[in-house]
Design a protein around this ligand. Structure first.
Ligand SMILES: *[C@@H]1O[C@H](CO)[C@@H](O)[C@H](O)[C@H]1NC(C)=O
Ligand SMILES: *[C@@H]1O[C@H](CO)[C@@H](O)[C@H](O)[C@H]1NC(C)=O
Ligand SMILES: *[C@@H]1O[C@H](CO)[C@@H](O)[C@H](O)[C@H]1NC(C)=O
Ligand SMILES: *[C@@H]1O[C@H](CO)[C@@H](O)[C@H](O)[C@H]1NC(C)=O
Ligand SMILES: *[C@@H]1O[C@H](CO)[C@@H](O)[C@H](O)[C@H]1NC(C)=O
Ligand SMILES: *[C@@H]1O[C@H](CO)[C@@H](O)[C@H](O)[C@H]1NC(C)=O
Length: 282
């Protein structure tokens, strides 16, 4: 299936690219526009090149002034470069119909087995009902995600805003993950950790889980469709540690409703956070 269904105005910004690559310490740039954009998996191809690059510092550029209609895409590691950056300056829009129980479809943009990833930019991510990011430890696999930073993104109408979701029965870890300066427009739920993810109800016992630790949600502003705006759902046996929220202000999309937070076995602190998160264990 093509990763990229359609795209507007293909050939721009090449001169900028050429000017950029001067010093050796500069990142190697992978602009999705250079990857044969229309309907042939440009994002996946660009990612494959980036991931296998011998440069230390690589950037996937999604340029501004454009909207990209993106089929579900899997940004999978491990990758060779130690510093990976996804610079989202354009608008990413999911296909209009979310799938039902199809896992590959529900997760629109997935990051798997990556270290040292920074996702930022001035663009927007419009999930049209899809979940955005997550999904580790599928089918008893060993998954690691570490040092991942998502900042300055706008999520519009997505199923979930900042979500870390791990499969029950998986193993490995997700740690040192930051979501910072995130604007939410009518997302279903804004902040989610789900350590028991099990869509098909035939998951192994929850004694195994991907460990989640050192996660920071900072500078969130916007609206949640679901009154349960914040949901930190960790395994009773494993739990999540060092989960921190600060400067979070999420209101309900329906003004008369009062948003709230819920947690299971989540350890950490919340500062200046609305709705308050009294369920965090200190
Ligand atoms: C990108 O999305 C923003 C916010 O929704 C919007 O203001 C802007 O016009 C969009 N740009 C393009 C090129 O579609
Ligand atoms: C994205 O992150 C890089 C590296 O941290 C930084 O240099 C750049 O200014 C950031 N860009 C935006 C738009 O936040
Ligand atoms: C967390 O990730 C950042 C960015 O990759 C890195 O600079 C920092 O050292 C990491 N912190 C820990 C405690 O590993
Ligand atoms: C939010 O997500 C939950 C669980 O996925 C779903 O049951 C509910 O209908 C969604 N709410 C909205 C307003 O989309
Ligand atoms: C949290 O986990 C419990 C136990 O598996 C489950 O019943 C509940 O639906 C989960 N809640 C959310 C919001 O995912
Ligand atoms: C949160 O945002 C709402 C809506 O913009 C605003 O009315 C409220 O004062 C803000 N609360 C805090 C604590 O900043």
């Amino acid at each position: 299936m093509p990763n990229l269904v359609a795209m507007l105005e293909i050939l721009v910004a090449f001169s900028i690219l050429c000017v950029a690559a001067v010093r050796s310490s500069d990142p190697q740039l992978f602009n999705v526009l250079s990857y044969g954009a229309i309907g042939d998996g440009a994002f996946g191809k660009a990612w494959d090149d980036l991931c296998g690059s011998t440069s230390n510092y690589v950037v996937l550029q999604i340029p501004n002034g454009k909207s990209f209609f993106l089929e579900p895409v899997n940004f999978k590691g491990p990758c060779k470069p130690s510093h990976l950056q996804v610079q989202i300056d354009g608008n990413l829009t999911a296909p209009t119909k979310p799938g039902d129980d199809n896992e590959g479809i529900q997760n629109w943009i997935q990051f798997v087995s990556l270290e040292g990833l920074v996702v930022n930019g001035s663009g927007s991510i419009n999930g049209q009902g899809f979940a955005c990011i997550g999904s580790l430890g599928h089918h008893e696999s060993y998954a690691t995600v570490e040092d991942v930073h998502v900042s300055s993104c706008t999520f519009i109408g997505t199923q979930n805003g900042a979500r870390i979701k791990t499969w029950q029965g998986g193993s490995g870890y997700a740690r040192n993950i930051t979501f910072k300066d995130i604007i939410l427009e009518s997302v279903n739920r804004s902040i989610i950790i789900d350590q028991f993810y099990c869509p098909h109800k035939t998951c192994p016992s929850e004694r195994m889980a991907v460990k989640i630790s050192s996660v920071r949600f900072a500078g969130f502003y916007g609206t949640s469709l679901d009154r349960r705006a914040i949901s930190l759902n960790c395994s009773q046996t494993i739990g999540c540690t060092n989960i921190n929220l600060d400067n979070v202000n999420i209101t309900a999309a329906t003004p008369s409703e009062k948003p709230y937070a819920s947690c299971i076995n989540a350890h950490g602190m919340a500062y200046n956070t609305s709705p308050p998160v009294p369920c965090l264990i200190h």
